[in-house]
Write a protein that binds this ligand. Structure first.
Ligand SMILES: O=C([O-])CC(=O)C(=O)O
Ligand SMILES: [Mg+2]
Length: 288
């Protein structure tokens, strides 16, 4: 299968001895740039999916079809392995199974299923968790939905900041027992919390946003953290760049005087224009 080697690359990251930072990717161009810069992995966050596809905040309005289609566009544009934030799996455990099937055929290298109650419940401003039992059912459903055994499935919990570190450990151990490939934690606030979690579990660890004291990559590697996210600055930078250029144009700046535009060489590289020229010569008989 064409996607197998991408999945095996992600597997070698989580089974290796080091910790990597993934590139934050959200569309065909951002994944190509991350690949060109040598990132070993792309992270497709739910928040950036919402922003790129809907222009909305991360409040579970995006549909599975939209998420999978955006993943498919990225898989077609580049060969970089991508870890997808599949949120709560877009429904109950049966929906989780379907989510895994869709993301697998869209070319994801791996995905996370989390135990947050999504979308938010009526009248509840604070994040809540589903029960441990329902979380376990979702992990089992994810594994059952997997057709390619090389697809990486991660169990994710935000319990550390929603209930307690003890609850995060209880949940992580239960998810481990289902046979998931790795554990993804958000909301860990200190080295002591990470060490308690790493000491009580055995699978590779992926860390969502983390405070400064957790930002030493060798220390993280020593705690079995194999992937450490660094937020989603690229899409934030894109918002700023588009805003600045639209504003300058609106204020009457002539196009040639605009600042911050990419060189023709960079744009051509991102578009893989050289490959298109070769194909055009071969297939259309066009001179180069
Ligand atoms: O997975 C991530 O990158 C963090 C997250 O939940 C999101 O951005 O939606
Ligand atoms: Mg998310």
């Amino acid at each position: 299968m064409a996607f197998r080697s991408r999945r095996e690359k992600l597997r070698s990251i989580i089974s290796g001895p080091t910790c990597v930072h993934p590139g934050s990717v959200y569309d065909a161009i951002s994944i190509r740039i991350a690949e060109d810069l040598g990132f070993p992995l792309g992270m497709f966050g739910g928040s950036v999916a919402s922003l790129a596809v809907l222009g909305d905040p991360d409040v579970t309005l995006i549909t599975l079809t939209e998420l999978a289609e955006q993943m498919r566009r990225m898989s077609r544009a580049a060969g970089l392995p991508v870890l997808v934030d599949a949120d709560h799996g877009y429904g109950n455990a049966l929906n989780v199974r379907r989510t895994v099937q869709e993301l697998e055929t869209a070319g994801a290298a791996g995905l996370t299923i989390e135990d947050t109650l999504l979308p938010a419940a009526f009248g509840e401003a604070k994040a809540q968790l589903i029960s441990l039992e329902e979380g376990v059912g979702k992990m089992k459903a994810a594994l059952d939905g997997r057709g390619d055994p090389s697809l990486v499935i991660m169990g994710r919990t935000g319990a550390a900041s929603i209930t307690s570190v003890e609850d995060a450990i209880r949940r992580a151990r239960a998810y481990e027992a289902t046979g998931v490939d790795a554990l993804f934690f958000t909301g860990i606030k200190s080295r002591a919390e990470l060490e308690a979690i790493a000491g009580a579990t055995r699978l590779p660890i992926v860390l969502g946003g983390a405070p400064d004291e957790l930002n030493a990559i060798d220390y993280l590697a020593g705690q079995r953290v194999r992937i450490a996210l660094q937020g989603h600055a690229p899409i934030a930078a894109a918002i700023q760049a588009v805003y600045e250029v639209q504003r300058a144009l609106r204020e009457g700046t002539p196009p040639k005087a605009l600042k911050g535009l990419p060189s023709a060489e960079l744009t051509s590289r991102v578009m893989r224009e050289a490959d298109v020229k070769v194909r055009s010569a071969d297939l259309l008989g066009l001179k180069q």
